[in-house]
Design a protein around this ligand. Structure first.
Ligand SMILES: NC(=O)c1ccc[n+]([C@@H]2O[C@H](COP(=O)([O-])OP(=O)(O)OC[C@H]3O[C@@H](n4cnc5c(N)ncnc54)[C@H](OP(=O)(O)O)[C@@H]3O)[C@@H](O)[C@H]2O)c1
Length: 320
């Protein structure tokens, strides 16, 4: 950790929207990349950044769906990217870098949650692979466009990180798959990634943050049954939201937009945020704030090494 994980007196909060955060902020001339920027929180993030003047590139697993969702929003481009496919990541990064473009904001937002056991690539557990390894490889591939330019890299994690630390003895769930534990591990990985990227990148002009956006009903819940969501107290049997703490997508996008742009965070990094504020360390047994294991620098470095070994990509590897 390069900065204390404590509140800084943000002027925004749980009910702030992405537009509130960007009120009066001019992002003209800035380039943002938002993975999954055509659904749920990503769509709202793209819309708000573009409205503030940024050019937004949306790498999409389903480009047709992305074009449809983003129709009418000026300043947005769609390209193709599947976070579960290392070749797809390489292709996207090569196209991007070949155009000589620079990135001011990279929001690693795309994700899947609580899917049935699924294997991608060389047999990787799909949530760890999509939510973490894909973004790890993408960010490292895009490093030449990030370095030395004051860029911020934002990892959209979750309070779901409370479900699991990194399972060092079995990160791919070769034993005993549990969909919530797997989501938890992947979301812990998102935070550890921000911690290590910030440690590696801060002297090279790149800062990194992670965050929990809040609870928001979006297509993310596609793998859950209505019965499950009723059981969690999220919705009634007709699908109406029940949980008063749920945010709208506009509110849900606010913390990632705040982490990506707030002047209050200048000079900081390696931090986990929630409700447009730096989160406090979580007291034992309390499901808010950030768990120690998710911001532990030693585990962050260890995860980086593991991820580089698995993906074969590491922008910081010594040249041979
Ligand atoms: N909603 C919540 O309550 C909540 C709470 C905590 C954290 N989060 C986090 O917030 C982020 C955004 O979630 P959301 O609620 O906006 O979900 P969403 O509406 O389902 O959006 C997720 C996006 O990720 C994309 N994606 C999934 N797999 C991909 C892959 N292999 N390659 C490329 N893109 C892929 C999806 O593309 P397709 O549509 O083509 O599949 C979609 O655009 C996630 O990281 C999630 O874990 C959400």
């Amino acid at each position: 950790m390069t900065t204390a994980q404590h509140k800084i007196g943000s002027s925004f909060g749980a009910r702030s929207t992405a537009d509130d955060v960007l009120d009066g902020v001019d992002l003209s001339g800035k380039l943002a990349v938002v993975t999954g920027g055509y659904s749920g929180l990503g769509l709202e993030t793209t819309r708000a950044l573009a409205k503030a003047g940024a050019r937004v590139v949306v790498p999409a697993r389903r480009p047709d769906a992305a074009h449809e969702a983003l129709a009418g929003i000026a300043g947005v481009e769609v390209d193709e990217l599947d976070l579960g496919d290392l070749e797809s990541m390489k292709g996207f990064a090569e196209r991007f870098l070949a155009a000589g473009r620079r990135i001011d904001i990279l929001i690693n937002n795309a994700g899947i949650m609580a899917c049935p056991e699924t294997r991608v690539g060389p047999g990787w557990e799909a949530q760890f692979a999509t939510n973490h390894l894909g973004h790890f490889a993408l960010t490292n591939r895009l490093w030449p466009a990030l370095v030395d330019g004051g860029a911020r890299v934002v990892s959209v994690s979750s309070t779901g990180h409370h479900n699991s630390a990194i399972r060092w003895d079995d990160p791919q769930f070769e034993r005993g798959y549990d969909k919530w534990e797997a989501y938890g591990q992947a979301k812990t990985a998102n935070i550890l990634f921000a911690v290590q990227l910030d440690a590696l990148g801060r002297d090279l002009g790149v800062r990194a943050f992670a965050l929990h956006p809040g609870g928001i009903l979006t297509p993310l819940q596609r793998h859950l049954t209505t019965e499950e969501m009723v059981g969690y107290g999220w919705i009634d049997a007709d699908g109406n939201p029940l949980n008063p703490s749920f945010k709208t997508p506009e509110q849900g996008a606010a913390t990632q937009v705040w982490a990506a742009t707030s002047a209050q965070l200048d000079g900081m990094g390696g931090l986990y945020c929630e409700d447009c504020e730096i989160a406090e360390p979580s007291p034992e047994g309390v499901r808010e704030g950030v768990r120690d294991y998710a911001i532990d620098p030693a585990q962050a470095a260890r995860l980086w090494t593991l991820s580089a070994e698995l993906t074969g990509v590491d922008a910081f590897a010594p040249a041979r």
